[in-house]
Structure formats: structure tokens, C-alpha cells
Design a protein around this ligand. Structure first.
Ligand SMILES: Nc1ncnc2c1ncn2[C@@H]1O[C@H](COP(=O)(O)OP(=O)(O)OP(=O)(O)O)[C@@H](O)[C@H]1O
Ligand SMILES: Cc1cn([C@H]2C[C@H](O)[C@@H](COP(=O)(O)O)O2)c(=O)[nH]c1=O
Length: 218
């Protein structure tokens, strides 16, 4: 099968701040490139000029939880239509640093915002005509970097100036982690849990193994 006739593949990276997602996304991208795939590396909130502007607001401005959720989903809609769907239609591999599970974890788990409202927004935003019949776009695989908030905080200490979310107390991140666990429990076939407390090489190997176990990457 030629690269362009392969179906697209959508993988999201999730976890609390400092769990190691950004450290490992490029290594997986290279593994796919070595296997002859075209890779689109992207992130949420962000990934388009408009969504990056919304990211600047979401990460730096105080706002109420519904406003925050709407900003995340507005950015997502733009990103989905302009970047993710076209890439999947071309047969590319999309590696996305966070997607909707982050909204359920941060706005739902962390902020305590209504999960049913988030589920409604998810349906509105991610029902795309490219799927026949039009259906909800979800990642084919979600790698959840599971790490204790205390270790993540140690890793982030001094690394950079904390944004609005990174400045939250440890209890917030315990709730975010609970949000991720609930999403995985609701859709276990889509998720692979990565033990992000391991040292870097072991995490990298676990990521590749999880992708292979789901039948991707040869
Ligand atoms: N397995 C590991 N062991 C120790 N330190 C690590 C490991 N993986 C990543 N780090 C370090 O932890 C810090 C946070 O990693 P990284 O930026 O990849 O996390 P992230 O999940 O992308 O965070 P954020 O969501 O806040 O952007 C970095 O300084 C990185 O070098
Ligand atoms: C997609 C998404 C993200 N967030 C939060 C989670 C992080 O604290 C920041 C993004 O920063 P990163 O360094 O790129 O990880 O935004 C959120 O609260 N809700 C979301 O839907």
C-alpha cells in the first residue's frame, strides 16, 4: 500500500502538566517517519492561527468555567476543520498534544464543571461530515501519561514560568488525574496508560509498545 493510500491515524497525548507528553511526542513522530508516514505534529489548545490566539487567552486570562470550556471547544473546532480533518483525509498521522480528554479532565475534573454540558459540546464540535455517516471524531488512540502530581510539580519546578493552569495547587491536578481516569474507564479500547514515572528511555519504549499493541507502526 503506498503511503498516500493508507488511512489517516489520529493519536492524542494526554496527562497533567509536566507528565512528559512534549518530551515524547517528537520521538514517536520520528518512528512514524522512519516507517514512511507523513506526520502532522500539533497541539491543543492551538494548531491554527485563530486557535493559538484563543490559547493565549485560555492560558493567561481568568474566566468562568463555562467560558473556559467554550474557548477550548472553539479552538478545537477551528483546529479540527483546518488541520486535523484535512491531514486525516490525506492519510497522514496526526500526533496531537492534548485533545478533548483534556477538557473533561481540566474543566470537568479540575474545575468541577458539568460533564453533561461538556459531552454536548463534544458532540457539536466533533461531529464531522468527513465521517460517513457523519459521526463523532475521536482519536484512534490516546496515550495517557499517568504521573503523580507531586512528581510532575518537581519536574516543572524552575523549568519555566507557570501559566494559569500550572499555577494550580496539587489538589487541582489530583482532580484532573481523576478526570482522565474516568475518561479511560468510559472508553478503555481507545486508551493506553503510560507509566510516566519511569525514566525517559523506558517511557519512550512504552509509548512505541503501546502504539504497536494497537496495530499501528508495523
Ligand atoms: N521520564 C522522565 N523523567 C524525568 N524527567 C522527565 C521525564 N520526562 C520528561 N521529563 C522532564 O519533565 C519536564 C516536563 O516534561 P514535558 O514538558 O515533556 O511535560 P508535558 O507533559 O509536555 O508538560 P506540559 O503539559 O505542561 O507542557 C521537562 O523538564 C522534561 O525534561
Ligand atoms: C486542550 C486543553 C488544555 N487545557 C490546559 C492544560 C494545560 O494546562 C494547558 C495547555 O498547556 P500545554 O503546555 O500545551 O500542555 O491548557 C485545558 O484546560 N483544557 C483543554 O481542553
Amino acid at each position: 500500500m503506498s503511503p498516500s493510500s493508507r488511512p489517516g491515524l489520529f493519536i492524542s497525548f494526554e496527562g497533567i502538566d509536566g507528565a512528559g507528553k512534549s518530551t515524547h511526542i517528537e520521538a514517536l513522530a520520528q518512528a512514524f517517519r522512519d516507517a514512511g508516514r507523513v506526520v502532522v505534529l500539533t497541539r491543543e489548545p492551538g494548531g491554527t492561527p485563530l486557535a493559538e490566539r484563543l490559547r493565549g487567552l485560555a492560558l493567561n486570562e481568568a474566566m468562568d468555567p463555562l467560558t473556559e470550556a467554550l474557548v477550548m471547544f472553539a479552538a478545537r473546532r477551528d483546529h479540527l476543520l483546518l488541520v486535523i480533518e484535512p491531514a486525516l483525509a490525506r492519510g497522514d498521522v496526526v500526533l496531537c498534544d492534548r485533545f478533548t480528554d483534556a477538557t473533561f479532565a481540566y474543566q470537568g475534573g479540575g474545575r468541577g464543571f458539568d460533564i453533561d454540558v461538556l459531552a454536548t459540546l463534544e458532540r457539536w464540535v466533533q461531529t464531522v461530515p468527513a465521517k460517513a455517516p457523519p459521526a463523532l471524531r475521536q482519536p484512534d488512540l490516546t496515550l495517557w501519561f499517568d504521573l503523580a502530581p507531586a512528581i510532575a510539580a518537581e519536574r516543572l519546578a524552575g523549568a519555566r514560568l507557570p501559566d494559569k493552569f500550572e499555577s494550580q495547587p496539587q489538589a487541582f491536578f489530583e482532580n484532573v488525574a481523576g478526570g482522565y481516569a474516568a475518561r479511560m474507564a468510559a472508553d478503555p479500547g481507545r486508551f493506553a496508560r503510560i507509566d510516566a514515572a519511569l525514566e525517559r528511555d523506558a517511557v519512550r519504549a512504552a509509548v512505541v509498545a503501546a502504539v504497536r499493541a494497537k496495530g499501528h507502526l508495523g
